[in-house]
Design a protein around this ligand. Structure first.
Ligand code: ADP
Ligand code: MG
Length: 396
């Protein structure tokens, strides 16, 4: 069920409404965009539409204004930055729908790029309101969803809009669906999932879904504590509540009949708090002191896991191996990232906001096959859920 893209329908000269995810971070109390990767990621789609002489109407949400105009969340600085990256003017339209928006769109020349005001200034956006979606649709002839990261939300510009316009995907959406889809559908094997992060409960659904298709799961991060405890080990002051341990226990039970091997750390870095690294030490998982918590995987574990990674053909990684924000507890996460970067004949897929941030901070993002732009959307996709913004797009 491959989705049609902008390549598959006629858009020459048409008015094309493109839902993008320009929900970018700003440097506190300034108009300065701290990270413009989401803008750069849109260039292939924008350039193609320009080549087709389309009249391009970009639209996005920014933060959570809650259905009212919040001046600090206007899209103007985003339009300015995009124009800088694109090397040509981007017309900032101060409206979302209505006569003024219509007028501005009517003035667009063939190949011209514009950006509407923050969609969430209108209450109809998050309410998935029919009338608002229709008004938005009235601005254009074709709808393109290139906002994978927002596609798990049932909002008007993601969902309802498709009732009123022919709806296809952009190139970023296409890449996300190809890469993430390949993990679920027809992965090159061995297929390994590395799952980490703080809590099992955040990752239980994605792990359950991946257990159907993966060969091996490498468990890292804070959630490893729940798995270790489920196996009868003492985990000191690590977060591993009864519920979390029960979830881990279930996963361990499901895995072996499914033919999946779940690998746990054999050594870990522990510390009384993350504030004082000088008090941390590496211990065997059988020797975790009472008053200390797991903050990273240990070097033996990192080496063992690197060996699994070397033998794999597809790796999907969600959730850091330790508290990577606080060096030296980033070492395990860094080693995993390096192992992935060194995998020559394999596909490496990074999902999850923190994991992507970690890989990027190590300067290794461009060594991965794919760094997903979605956080929640990526998880829900890997959980096997139907994302509203994807299911509404035309299929071949
Ligand atoms: P992602 O955003 O990639 O899906 P998560 O949100 O699940 O990842 O988890 C990221 C967080 O998990 C990070 O803030 C990291 O510090 C934390 N984390 C990783 N390992 C540990 C640990 N051993 N103890 C506490 N927190 C951890
Ligand atoms: Mg996260």
């Amino acid at each position: 069920m491959a989705k049609k893209t902008i390549r598959d329908i006629s858009i020459a000269g048409k008015r094309v409404l493109v839902r993008v995810d320009f929900n970018v971070p700003f440097v506190r109390n300034t108009n300065y965009i701290a990270d413009d990767r989401r803008l750069r990621a849109m260039l292939p789609t924008i350039r193609y539409l320009k080549d087709q002489q389309a009249r391009i109407i970009l639209c996005s949400h920014l933060d959570r204004p809650g259905g009212v105009v919040v001046p600090s969340l206007q899209m103007e600085p985003v339009a300015t930055k995009l124009s800088e990256i694109l090397g040509e003017p981007v017309k900032y339209i101060r409206h979302i729908v209505g006569d003024k928006a219509q007028e501005s769109v009517a003035e667009l020349a063939a190949g011209e790029v514009s950006l509407l005001e923050n969609l969430r200034f209108h209450a109809g956006e998050e309410a998935n309101d029919d009338a608002f979606a229709k008004e938005l649709a009235n601005l254009a002839d074709v709808y393109v969803n290139d906002a994978f990261a927002a596609s798990h939300r049932k909002h008007a510009s993601i969902d309802k809009i498709s009732n009123f316009l022919p709806s296809v995907s952009g190139f970023l959406m296409e890449a996300e669906l190809d890469m993430l889809g390949s993990v679920l559908d027809s992965p090159d094997r061995p297929l390994i999932a590395i799952v980490g992060g703080a809590k099992v409960s955040d990752k239980i659904a994605v792990m359950k879904s991946l257990l159907v298709s993966v060969n091996t799961v490498l468990v890292v991060g804070g959630m490893a504590a729940s798995f270790l405890k489920a196996q009868g080990l003492q985990v000191g002051s690590s977060l591993a509540g009864e519920k979390e341990v029960a979830l881990a226990s279930n996963l361990l039970e499901w895995a072996s009949p499914a033919g999946v091997s779940i690998q746990l750390p054999t050594d870990v870095v522990v510390a009384p708090t993350i504030d004082d690294a000088s008090l941390s030490k590496t211990v065997d998982v059988g020797n975790i002191p009472d008053n200390m918590a797991i903050v990273d995987i240990g070097p033996d574990t990192a080496n063992n896991f690197a060996a699994f990674i070397r033998k794999s053909r597809t790796v999907v990684w969600n959730g850091p191996a330790g508290v990577f924000e606080v060096p030296p507890f980033d070492i395990g996460t860094r080693k995993i990232a390096e192992s992935l970067a060194q995998l020559r004949k394999g596909i490496t897929i990074i999902g999850g906001g923190s994991t992507a941030e970690a890989v990027d901070s190590f300067g290794l993002a461009n060594r991965m096959s794919h760094v997903s732009t979605g956080g929640g959307a990526t998880l829900e996709f890997l959980e096997g859920k139907d994302l509203p913004g994807i299911s509404v797009l035309q299929e071949y």
